[in-house]
Design a protein around this ligand. Structure first.
Ligand code: SAH
Ligand code: SF4
Ligand code: F3S
Length: 436
């Protein structure tokens, strides 16, 4: 038995891919290990979204190379978006790297590992004709978690001016509904009760199957027929693909949870245009209105970029205004990071000090909103899907339908249970309650 250690960076799709890479290696006699020191193969599944994310990989590689001194047979591989973006460069910059594999070629990992165990190096950053999902083992890893990710769509055709994803993940491809339903059933058979459908633009999902066009909402409805599947979520969506049928699903489909991550990036039309987002701030407001009419308790989350080239003080105020209008329960915000090869890469950057100040102001506002919406949960009854023990003895932690982490003390709670919980207190990033 050989051992593989995988470290995952970046988005949820990488989490999903890492699991698939481990299961792809199983037929070659590899099992997963949580210890780098005992590994025969180390894979870094990487993210290229911001400069810091990419640089982290090189510092980690710089540390890992020393493990080869104790274990000369150790092989080190780089997978994911940095692999796709930088390819051979990685091997040049860090000679300890044996293998580089892009996100669309990792079904070829077993044969690449064979090559490297024979003492050669291996590189594959193609976008192969064949679909990786058709060439990965069907048997998924045994689960000990009641929640799972399921990739339904990959790639992006939107080309926002700041973003590397269309280059690292390629064009939008939607998997066949038949295969998705089969994978979902298999997850549910292994004890999964909540599935999060993943895609870089998940709501652009579209696949013709047996003469019918499957949209994301249709897929959600089909999945909701799986009786032991209790909860469905999806991420990440683009405002321009938020179609009426999907909004209606938020109103009508009981298994679809009232939480939506809908990044807007900026509240200024001027910046949105420069970002090539192809919608205005008011378009976004209108979509949120429709969603809230359909599902009044919907909890929204968003992504924001501050300091995009050309962003003025007035533009930034527009972003703060939009945030105040919408009220987010959760959010992710970043300083603009120039990425090689993207349309915005050569534009004049605004100063780091301004970026820093704007980020701090934005995050203060977003934090206030998060705290306010969390506090509003006090006294309410929510349904918590319990996942694992909490930090304190006898405590279990799970997620409400709004994706709030909820701590409850109780001996009889098992992972996978869904219980009604009365919320009592709100802490920094979680809630606590009791089962009545
Ligand atoms: N497909 C998703 C996720 C893209 S990456 C979407 O369209 O929303 C996740 C987030 O990273 C983005 O929403 C954006 O806010 C941020 N991001 C992407 N490129 C960035 C860059 N160059 N600098 C700073 N933040 C960036
Ligand atoms: Fe990147 Fe824009 Fe595509 Fe999202 S929609 S992955 S931000 S290019
Ligand atoms: Fe990062 Fe690639 Fe995901 S760049 S955010 S790992 S799609």
């Amino acid at each position: 038995m050989k051992k593989v250690f995988v470290k995952t960076y970046g988005c949820q799709m990488n989490v999903y891919d890492s699991e698939r890479m481990i299961s792809a290696m199983e037929p070659s006699g590899y099992v997963e290990t949580k210890s780098k020191e005992e590994a025969d193969l180390i894979l870094l599944n990487t993210c290229h979204i911001r400069e810091k994310a990419a640089e982290k990989i090189y510092s980690e590689l710089g540390r890992l190379k020393f493990l080869k001194e104790d274990n000369p047979d150790l092989k080190i591989g780089v997978a994911g978006c940095v692999a796709q973006a930088e390819g051979e460069e990685i091997m040049i910059r860090q000679p300890a790297v044996d293998l580089v594999v892009g996100p669309q070629s990792y079904h070829r990992l077993p044969s690449m590992v064979k090559t490297v165990t024979n003492g050669k190096r291996a590189l594959d950053t193609e976008f192969p004709e064949e679909n990786k999902f058709d060439h990965l083992p069907k048997d998924l890893k045994r689960r000990n978690n009641p929640t799972a990710f399921l990739t339904v769509q990959e790639g992006c055709d939107k080309f926002c001016a700041f973003c590397v994803v269309p280059y690292t993940r390629g064009v939008e491809v939607s998997r066949s509904p038949e295969k998705i339903i089969e994978e979902a059933r298999s997850l549910v058979d292994r004890g999964v009760v909540e599935i999060t459908l993943l895609g870089q633009n998940v709501n652009a999902y579209s696949n013709k199957h047996s003469g019918e066009n499957y949209t994301l909402s249709k897929l959600i409805w089909k999945l909701s027929d799986i009786s032991n599947l209790q909860r469905i979520r999806f991420t990440t969506s683009h405002p321009n693909d938020m179609s009426q049928d999907l909004i209606d699903a938020h109103r009508d489909c009981e298994k679809l949870m009232p939480y939506l991550h809908l990044p807007v990036q900026s509240g200024s039309d001027h910046v949105l245009k420069k970002m090539n987002r192809k919608h205005t701030a008011d378009d976004y407001r209108r979509i949120i209105d429709k969603l809230r009419k359909a599902r009044p308790d919907l909890l929204l989350s968003g992504d924001f970029i501050v300091g995009f080239p050309g962003e003025t003080d007035e533009d930034f105020l527009d972003t703060l205004r939009l945030i105040k209008d919408i009220e987010y329960g959760q959010s992710y915000s970043f300083k603009y990071s120039s990425r090689p090869g993207t349309p915005a890469a050569n534009r004049e950057e605004i100063s780091e000090i301004v970026k820093k100040e704007r980020l701090a102001e934005l995050q203060t506002l977003l934090k206030e909103q998060q705290v306010r919406l969390q506090k509003k949960m006090i006294g309410r009854e929510v349904n918590v899907l319990f996942e694992k023990p909490g930090r304190l003895a006898g405590q279990m932690v799970g997620k409400s339908e709004y994706l709030h982490a909820v701590h409850v003390t109780g001996d009889r709670i098992r992972s996978g249970d869904i219980n009604k919980v009365r919320i009592i207190t709100s802490e920094t990033n979680s809630l606590s309650g009791r089962i009545e």
